[in-house]
Design a protein around this ligand. Sequence first.
Ligand SMILES: Cc1cc2nc3c(=O)[nH]c(=O)nc-3n(C[C@H](O)[C@H](O)[C@H](O)COP(=O)(O)O)c2cc1C
Length: 252
Amino acid sequence: MNYVLLFSPTGGTAATAEALCSGWDGPWETVDLTDRAAGFHRAFQPEDAVLAAVPSFGGRVPALAAERLSQMAGNGASAVLLCVYGNRAFEDTLVELEDTLTAAGFRCRAGVAAVAQHSIVPQIAAGRPDGADRAQLQAFGRQVCSALAGAGEGPVTLPGNRPYKERGGGMVPQAGTDCVHCGTCARRCPAGAIDPADPSKTDGSRCISCMRCMSICPKHARQLPAPMVAAVTQMLTQAAFGRRENELFLSR
Ligand SMILES: Cc1cc2nc3c(=O)[nH]c(=O)nc-3n(C[C@H](O)[C@H](O)[C@H](O)COP(=O)(O)O)c2cc1C
């Protein structure tokens, strides 16, 4: 059986994983790692294949995604690692994902780094994955599928450093005056950081800055502080300039 272990707060990682899987024989079952109600103590079989798909947050695996993946028992199942980033850099995300899954008992056999629209500054990599990305990711999926069917190849070599980058500081979206207290954000927050009784209260120590609440608010009432957005936009306009391409890493 094939599984997608998916952490996609705002949908870019999901769209990328879907394009990759379109070139890879199914059927697929998705485990939503952002769903607090989903069980994460899952056990896999050696003949299973998983696609572990996460965004890069500050060049790292989001800590909550790593924590939930660590609860799984790989039992020798094959793992393909997908890191999705917003056209700046993915730095240590793939090696951290590899270490997390290896420690959980998976055999990491391939990696993909792919670009999607930046979830904090949507002008960066706007509209990606686009048609060219989807076609390329589908071709990557075919290559990965045939590589997994082959036996006995060595471990995959992925870019990144150990020890990993330090994690960055958080940016906590706040509810504005348009908030109608519908509770959508509190229900769907991956971290349970928003008070369901009063969504204008966010626990900054639990918030993972994933932007899920901003992206799903039906009233567009949740925002980051404007000076923070201006500073990040200015930084990314330089650091994420030019189109970065998707990359496939297969073992030799
Ligand atoms: C807190 C945070 C940190 C991020 N850090 C990076 C980064 O270091 N490099 C980068 O290129 N993109 C970065 N991004 C952009 C996301 O990796 C990218 O938009 C991804 O597609 C988001 O996945 P999602 O749409 O599945 O939530 C960051 C986004 C967030 C919310």
